[in-house]
Design a protein around this ligand. Structure first.
Ligand code: GH3
Ligand code: MG
Ligand code: MG
Ligand code: MG
Length: 294
């Protein structure tokens, strides 16, 4: 687990790094509160922080307040490690948002168990996050999360004037797969479907499970032609790569895809855009399936 050490004193930073490495953790360092804030804005930031109080620029308690005021859903466990001591300092630090408090000079064994306690909380938070945002069968985003991602991607496209497309992907005659092979193999087919989507999408595309065998894919900075290309790649990959079961049996599937492109004037929010994708999907089904309609 990554642990961010925020301290202006190089000796303390070195000592903490050595200790954390010894305990099997991965230390990352920031020499000021301002630098820490920059690092925490990046993707996949550390979630466990050891934070000094007095530093030039943003102080420890100020950094706590800034992080607690953010509403980006990021969780941080903050251990304030400071030269200050006494109840007043503990109260001030924890009212600012620290989770724990330890005075310098610190006992290595005490820091070790405090960090272990913090790691447990971080892991719990990560588990809860996973449960709340992922579909348990396929591990793609669940409906709640894809809606949220869709909203933020749409807001960004509007702000930057960039393109955005969305596709609704629905497995054709999936009921027949369940009826023929049973529900468990139907589940495997759904997992296979998501694997194919992931293989054929780009890193920044987002896949969500919208209903039983219906998936939504949000394609940021993508115009209609590129979206069509991606949809066709997915459609043909599904058609030509059957799901292979452990006993060697092959389950063939096809998908129908409805595609819609964001139009700022027409789409005040995601609803009208989804509706167009849905209508396109409906047309794809009615006109024979295994096809894309935009
Ligand atoms: P169409 O080509 O018109 O989409 O037909 P379809 O059979 O795919 O569509 P329909 O909506 O009639 O049936 C969807 C089926 O998906 C019915 C439902 O039992 C099944 N299903 C939904 N969720 C799951 C799941 O988690 N696992 C499995 N195995 N089946 C599921
Ligand atoms: Mg200091
Ligand atoms: Mg279907
Ligand atoms: Mg369906």
């Amino acid at each position: 687990m990554d642990v961010l050490i925020v301290d202006d004193d190089p000796i303390t930073r070195l000592a903490l790094c050595a200790a954390l490495e010894e305990w099997g953790l991965n230390p990352v360092v920031a020499e000021s509160g301002n630098r820490a804030l920059e690092m925490l804005e990046q993707d996949n930031p550390p979630h466990l922080l050891i934070l000094d109080w007095s530093m030039p620029g943003i102080s420890g308690p100020e950094l706590c307040k800034i992080l607690r005021a953010r509403d980006d859903g990021q969780f941080f466990y903050i251990l304030m490690l400071t030269g200050k001591e006494g109840n007043e300092a503990v109260i001030e630090a924890m009212e600012a948002g620290a989770d724990d408090f330890l005075s310098k000079p610190f006992d290595h064994r005490v820091l070790k168990v405090r960090i272990a306690a913090g790691s447990r909380i971080v892991r719990l938070e990560q588990t809860l996050n996973q449960l709340a945002s992922r579909d348990s069968l396929t591990q793609c985003w669940n409906r709640r999360m894809i809606d949220e991602l869709f909203d933020s991607t749409l807001a960004e496209a509007r702000r930057k004037g960039s393109a955005l497309c969305v596709m609704m992907v629905d497995i054709d005659h999936f009921k027949a797969i369940n009826d023929t092979y049973g529900h468990a193999i139907g589940d495997t087919a759904l997992q296979h479907m998501v694997a194919i989507l992931n293989q054929n999408l780009r890193e920044y595309d987002q896949v969500g499970r919208y209903g039983g065998e219906e998936f939504i894919v949000v394609l940021p900075t993508t115009d209609r032609d590129s979206a069509w290309g991606i949809a066709e790649r997915v459609r043909s990959a599904v058609e030509y790569q059957p799901s292979v079961l452990s006993d060697g049996r092959e389950i063939s599937m096809t998908v129908s895809i409805g595609l819609a492109m964001f139009e700022p004037k027409r789409d005040p929010d995601r609803r009208s855009l989804m509706e167009r994708a849905d209508q396109a999907l409906y047309k794809a089904k009615r006109s024979g399936r295994n096809r894309i309609i935009v």
